[in-house]
Ligand binder design. Sequence first.
Ligand code: SF4
Ligand code: SF4
Length: 162
Amino acid sequence: MNIEGELQKAKNQYKENKKLIEKLKRWKRKDLDALFVEAHEAVFEEIDCRECGNCCKALGPRVTNRDIDKISKFINMRAGKVRNTYLRVDEDNDYVFNKMPCPFLKDANECSIYDVRPRACEEYPHTDYPNMQKKLHITLKNSLICPGVYRILEKIRPEVMD
Ligand code: SF4
Ligand code: SF4
């Protein structure tokens, strides 16, 4: 996958995507969720996230205490040391990684803590979860970071804009 190319296309399409998102705001919750789940599944069947890793380079996921405990056991490091070594507290008082790209992102875009990665990483880009109505704004923003989101919007466009 040509990540740069996909992200450039997303940038070029941003205004159109904004209009698409405006239209989607008028959709019923059930229909909207079904539309996204179907497109998400089709798109992520074709995308191998290991060829991309852009979310691990560009975003700082929230890391909960539960996530920290799991990571701590997995890498055999005390939770306090995990906090001191890999995390910082952001302006919302949440733990996030202290640098980007993520310190757990290794060569070939592989997550070295994949089995215990934070829930926020697991759920990203949040396009197959209930109540997409609440996530439309962030989905538009994510189209500039995640090629998968860009492709999802492209996929649903004909059905929405007709
Ligand atoms: S923990 Fe893993 S999935 Fe999450 S940002 Fe870091 S490398 Fe990516
Ligand atoms: S979720 Fe999106 S941004 Fe993250 S690795 Fe997969 S395609 Fe790339």
